[in-house]
Design a protein around this ligand. Structure first.
Ligand SMILES: [Zn+2]
Length: 191
């Protein structure tokens, strides 16, 4: 059987909260209905924040939702900025208070694997205030995140984290992508 990647339940909960706040209760129902009946069942009822759900379900819901927008990448960036705000604000408040962006970047791998069980995120310092982050994962939508999450997910989420850590000039760019044939995704963080 082919390996299946998984996404953490809390991501679906954030997506649901975001959709309901942004465009009303039925927007979440519509996103659910974009799934196959079997996948819909997986998310029926209460979604466990700490549970694991198939990543293909995540990919399909994100595609469905963001592609409704004229600019799916911008829509995804907006959602992931919200996610970074909610998540990093509560989760790493203590360390962010220290005001060291490096502290956050070094833990990107750990944080990533709270959300997705596949893919390895590494971070290395290139020079003062410039870091390179890499995501190594197969370019498969059943194993890892699809193009939209990859292209407009980690960058705005981390960027929000940098801002929260007292680095308003922080920028994170997705400079290479597995979905464009690269061996891994690359992100450059600078401030
Ligand atoms: Zn990528």
């Amino acid at each position: 059987m082919e390996l299946e990647g998984r996404a953490k339940g809390l991501l679906f909960n954030y997506l649901r909260d975001y959709l309901i706040a942004d465009s009303g209760e039925q927007s979440w129902e519509l996103a659910l209905h974009s799934l196959t009946p079997t996948d819909q069942e997986t998310l029926q009822g209460f979604i466990l924040a700490g549970g694991w759900y198939p990543v293909r379900v995540w990919n399909r819901m994100i595609d469905f939702q963001m592609e409704k927008s004229k600019d799916p990448a911008a829509a995804m960036t907006k959602f992931c900025t919200y996610l970074g705000d909610r998540e990093l604000n509560s989760l790493v408040k203590m360390m962010l208070k220290l005001g060291w962006p490096e502290f956050l970047l070094k833990r990107t791998g750990f944080l990533w694997n709270r959300y997705f069980d596949q893919g390895v995120f590494t971070a290395e310092e290139l020079s003062t205030r410039q870091w390179r982050l890499r995501l190594t994962a197969p370019a498969s939508e059943t194993i890892s995140v699809a193009r939209l999450t990859c292209g407009s997910g980690p960058a705005p989420w981390l960027e929000r984290g940098l801002h929260l850590s007292g680095t308003p000039s922080g920028r994170v760019e997705h400079t290479k992508c597995r979905w464009d044939g690269g061996p891994h995704c690359e992100f450059i963080a600078h401030w």
